[in-house]
Write a protein that binds this ligand. Sequence first.
Ligand SMILES: Nc1ncnc2c1ncn2[C@@H]1O[C@H](COP(=O)(O)OP(=O)(O)OP(=O)(O)O)[C@@H](O)[C@H]1O
Ligand SMILES: [Mg+2]
Length: 632
Amino acid sequence: MNTIDVVEDDLSSSSSLGEVGTSKSSEDQLSNIVEVVEDDSQTELLSKEELESDIEVLLDLADENVDDSSKLPDEINSAWEKTLRGLGAEKRIPEVIPLEIKPDSFFKKFLNMINPKAFELEDYDLAKHGPLVEITLPANSAYKEMEFYNVNPPYSYIRVAYNPEIHEYLYQVLEPELSKEETRLFKMIKERLGEVMDAHLKSMNRLDSEEYLRSNVNSFLIDYRIRITTITREKINYYIIRDYLGYGEVDAIMRDLEIEDISGDGPNTPVYVYHKKYESIPSNIIFDDEDVLNALIIRLAQICGKHISIANPILDATLPDGSRIQMTLGREITTRGSTFTIRRFNENPIMPGDLVGYHTFSTAMLAYLWLAVDSSRSLIFAGGTASGKTTAMNAISTFIQPEMKIVSIEDTRELNLAHPNWIPGVTREAFGGENRGSIEMYELLKAALRQRPEFILVGEVRGAEAYVLFQAMSTGHTTFSTMHADSVSSIVHRLENPPINVPRIMIQALDIVAIQAQVKIGDERVRRCKSLTEIIGVDPRSGELLTNEVFVWNAAKDLFQYSGRSYVLDDLMESRGWDDAKVKEELQERQDVLEWSRLKNITYFRDFSKIVVAHRREPETLMKVVRQDLNG
Ligand SMILES: Nc1ncnc2c1ncn2[C@@H]1O[C@H](COP(=O)(O)OP(=O)(O)OP(=O)(O)O)[C@@H](O)[C@H]1O
Ligand SMILES: [Mg+2]
């Protein structure tokens, strides 16, 4: 039980007014108070319209007054109503009234006068007060429930529903429902808490911030003498916390680990989610008010520590949880209105064992790539949007030995490695709309070369940086990067032509290209590595680039086939003096380790890194465990 004692002070200041004022005495008092208000020199002030709207809310709430035990006698209510309505009349309204409800402010004194009793605010308790969210699917719904789970109980839940008539899935975010009046009260409280709150909240941790917001809501309710049920208050607390500390309207979706992408395509159209199991499906979140959508975009930019405006309406940024977000504001560049696309950050990145589990790579392909990484080969992961390029690059990077110095360069942070000797770099946009202060990938890459890294990882190359990347490869650095292209020939074409213009002779420095794709198998959308191709060199006579497809995915059988020839493995044999049997053994060991890590469900990235170290440092110990487990 939570008794707020702010009221105590107020009681003393209003004790001379007597228990409960009559309508006459309250009007007398009112004129005095109006004078007090007029004298008040507060800095943050409320406009006349805002005052009128607040009065409306208070009046409506009075009608709705849910807490029976606190119901005022009718005369008092009507006196209060009359007085408030009177305030709306031109002559009684002071130009402005203070925004903050200070102890001597008008509302507080007035409200104390009509209801001087302190009231207790009880903590919400699900068992006692009942649920906040209606979770049963109405019997007459056209939808069938496919799945139901909580993301932030008892406040938000997810239902994936299916409508057999129109063959459509719906992703339903279930949150507390607010009545019209509750919505208005919520908006009023939210406005009053104001932006100053952000500054306070910045210095607190999440729990303290929640407490702080709750106590502010409580103070507000006490100051205004607004009696609402514990359930209503808890619902309002939820929305206040969601909007101040969370991701607003998309907060529940951001908490759903099944979601890969979230895209808001504009007002009046549903926000789409990409669900791991159901793929791209519409949600029940629709912004029918453009201002609400714009406010969310501006807030998301703020959360990222960035700024978006009509003058600079495009923003790429990283949310605090590491998710990547792309936003546009207004209608000038995206004619349907503001948009946002969030690529959810996977705190625990997909590991090689997972890739085998998803059947994106075979163990043989990963064992081959593991050996390639061990012998410092440069790789490019190519494919279409969301085909899993960055994920594959991150997973393959776990094969890098921990003592290696790694420098990574990205536009927004996505890579997540367990390596201690890793410098993650991100590009920076220009300040204040001018072209000053921006740091491009190209410059970062040049700086990276001076840091003497053994491995350079570059997220998505598309411009001048690609040239520097190939220079780095040609001067003996190992680089991994991703590129938007769907075949080896289109990669080469892009590299050789403007704006990249890498000469063919330099392209030889690249060793292996992995082509990633999202494909449909039956009804399921899955990711497959369509091929692993080696770049062998340039034919001196024809000038053609020579390539060798080592592994290729057979779509009909959903199998990976080995071509029987690898120049990378040949080189390895030569440089290390291995024979055929030794290469096979090295590959088999790695395949066994990968298979074992999948069976043992070793999905935590730091754990997988430990296995890579163990394989290098104490192979016998590791292999003994692995083989014992595998062979039963
Ligand atoms: N092999 C896979 N199996 C299942 N899910 C995957 C796989 N690879 C990636 N994903 C998921 O797909 C989403 C997109 O992956 P990723 O960011 O790696 O794609 P991308 O090709 O780099 O995309 P972009 O073109 O936007 O850079 C992520 O949510 C990721 O978790
Ligand atoms: Mg990517």
